[in-house]
Design a protein around this ligand. Structure first.
Ligand code: ATP
Ligand code: MG
Length: 590
């Protein structure tokens, strides 16, 4: 069986399975009656059954505002907000802003916009880890007082050297057993800006010989003389992620703290920090890890995405080739397709690579239902219909969306001269070529049957025009006498049309796993030089009124949307996705 067939069968399976799942979710049945709970849902249902946390489900999505969100984050958003929706719980949006040097307000705003676009609503106001800086500071003081933290004067190099290796124990810092009062005093001086950056840090006193390196007296605070986008210059010390994250979960009453797999080894530390502050009757958050989403032909590290933007390999964070949420939005992907995709791929416990084709499949599924059908010719070849009156223009009705009766009709102009797609004509056509050739008849969609009679060439022998005749009795593209034509072509009037710039995108990288660096290569070495092609096309006049946010299917070509820079007198369309998975077809040929 060919690989594309397998794809299709697989996709069909996924969709029918998925529709079943949706059905379950929209009925009043408990989720338990649904066969396929993922492992996080299983944990949640068990907790609910046992009456844990007073049956509350409170999750959070904790982005660091140091870049734009990408499709991986969208997965995490769909998971967290989706769980809150499914179990009548709540989901906080918490900006994890503990690293002032890389974070800024532009990112905060873009993240909020992206979550809202996906159609989710966070609980109350957005929250910020920086809101808890004072509380975290107080937790740290109580830990010093309890003998669980100390101010260390080792340099970063010494700390690393004393840390040991996964197979050998570390060594205790000479500052580890300094008097509690001394640590308290220095910690306050650190906070007040009286200690130089790098000279001191606050460390948890745990176990320098623990087999888990994260428990070898991890840093809790470092000195940083940086202005914070929210707290300005109030703080000279900033908490480390490990200390801040679990405590913030605790402060917010989070029940299930869902994060990606790389934090699995941090979990004992997450729990240890909680042990230091937990109070009777207070919800204790539980950290659960799932596999991060990796997509083929895509990079999803914020650092790499930033590099693509800063070095000008793309036009910005919202370049339609970027895997950012702002990029796919400009490309014409829909929130619904992202949510469908997240459901389709499920939640995994092991790292894996998802085929980009799956995402495109979900996009096509949604656009097929909602996109308005239009006609556009990308590579025009003029056809003169010699028996059609000159100067006559007819307006013929055309269905806007066969999948949606409420979408109605629009009128398209038909005239003596039209454009068809160059590839829809062939001179010495084989029998199975069901499009236009001399002596053959085809249907022009919504218009008439035409028969080609003559080919006009220039001096170089290139075809520049076709001559044809039409059957006036076949108006609307309907056969007048039961005779059949095999092909139906899209077309645009050569007299009444609009010109449009069309941006056609391909994958940004030409290797399946561009994050994997081999032979000293840089990930940029695998950029696809043909990821953007721009052409000028003729489109039917109604597209002149298209608005940003609308979706179109250019018949027989693919899905398109107006670009943000498109104007009525200077139309620009972005290709969202083709009608079929062209890559699967290619793989089939190999
Ligand atoms: P990056 O590695 O791209 O810089 P990050 O994990 O540092 O991402 P955060 O802002 O900390 O970015 O991520 C916010 C949330 O999104 C975290 O809970 C993180 O686990 C989750 N997340 C990030 N990338 C992915 C991904 N590829 N798949 C699923 N979840 C992800
Ligand atoms: Mg992170």
């Amino acid at each position: 069986m060919s690989s594309s067939k397998i794809e299709i069968i697989f996709d069909t399976y996924i969709v029918s399975h998925f529709k079943k799942k949706l059905f379950y979710m929209t009925t009043n049945e408990s989720k338990t009656e649904k066969s396929s709970l993922n492992f996080i849902e299983q944990i949640i249902e068990k907790d609910l059954k046992e009456g844990k946390n007073n049956k509350a489900i409170h999750v959070r999505f904790p982005p660091e505002p140091n870049g734009y969100l990408h499709i991986g984050h969208a997965k995490s958003i769909c998971l967290n907000f989706g769980l809150a929706e499914a179990y009548d719980g709540t989901c906080n949006l918490r900006f994890d802003d503990t690293n002032p040097s890389k974070e800024n307000i532009e990112y905060v705003e873009s993240i909020k916009k992206d979550i809202e676009w996906l159609g989710f609503k966070w609980h109350e106001q957005p929250k910020f880890t920086s809101d808890y800086f004072e509380q975290l500071y107080q937790y740290a003081i109580s830990m010093i007082k309890a003998g669980h933290a100390y101010v260390c004067e080792q340099s970063a190099e010494e700390i690393a050297e004393y840390k040991g290796t996964p197979t050998t124990a570390g060594k205790e810092s000479t500052w580890r057993n300094r008097p509690i009062d001394e640590s308290l005093e220095w910690f306050e001086k650190m906070k007040n800006g009286e200690v130089e950056e790098g000279k001191m840090s606050l460390r948890a006193k745990i176990d320098m010989s623990s087999p888990n390196m994260h428990l070898r007296d991890p840093l809790m605070y470092r000195i940083k003389r940086a202005s914070h986008h929210r707290t300005g210059n109030d703080w000279n010390i900033y908490p480390m992620y490990d200390f801040a994250h679990g405590q913030s979960d605790y402060i917010e009453g989070i029940t299930h703290s869902i994060c990606t797999l790389e934090f699995e080894v941090h979990r004992p530390l997450y729990d240890w920090f909680l042990d230091q502050i937990i109070e009777e009757g207070h919800i204790r958050p539980r950290q659960i890890e799932f596999a991060r989403l990796n997509l083929s032909y895509t990079v999803m590290s914020k650092r790499k995405l930033l590099q693509l933007v800063e070095e000008g390999h793309v036009s910005g964070w919202d370049d339609p080739r970027m895997p950012t949420i702002s990029g796919i939005r400009r490309r014409g992907y829909t929130p619904k397709s992202m949510r469908t995709f997240a459901e389709m791929i499920g939640v995994a416990k092991r790292d894996n690579m998802i085929d980009l084709g799956k995402l495109e499949f979900a996009v096509r599924e949604d656009l097929n239902k909602i996109a308005l059908r239009r006609m556009a010719v990308m590579d025009p070849l003029k056809v003169v219909i010699t028996n059609y009156p000159e100067n006559k223009i007819e307006h013929l009705p055309a269905v806007n969306n066969p999948e949606d009766e409420t979408a109605g009709e629009r009128m398209i102009p038909f005239s003596r001269e039209i454009y068809i797609e160059r590839e829809d004509f062939m001179e010495d056509a084989p029998k199975k070529f069901f499009r236009l050739s001399v002596g053959r008849e085809v249907r022009l969609r919504y218009a008439y049957f035409i028969t080609c009679n003559e080919v006009i060439k220039n001096e170089q022998g290139e075809i520049v025009e076709l001559r044809a005749t039409y059957d006036p009795e076949s108006k609307g593209g309907k056969s007048p006498d039961g005779r059949k034509v095999k092909g139906t072509l899209h077309w645009v009037s050569a007299q009444e049309n609009k010109q449009a710039q069309i941006n056609i995108y391909d994958r940004l990288f030409n290797v399946e796993d561009p994050q994997k660096i081999e032979n000293g290569q840089n990930f940029l070495d695998n950029l696809n030089p043909d990821s953007l092609k721009t052409i000028t096309a003729f489109v039917e006049p109604s597209l002149g009124e298209s608005r940003i946010g609308e979706h179109f299917q250019f018949e027989r070509i693919g899905y398109f949307c107006p670009d943000y820079d498109s104007k009525p007198n200077q139309l620009i369309f972005n290709k969202t996705v083709g009608l079929k998975d062209s890559w699967a077809k290619l793989a089939d040929k190999d």
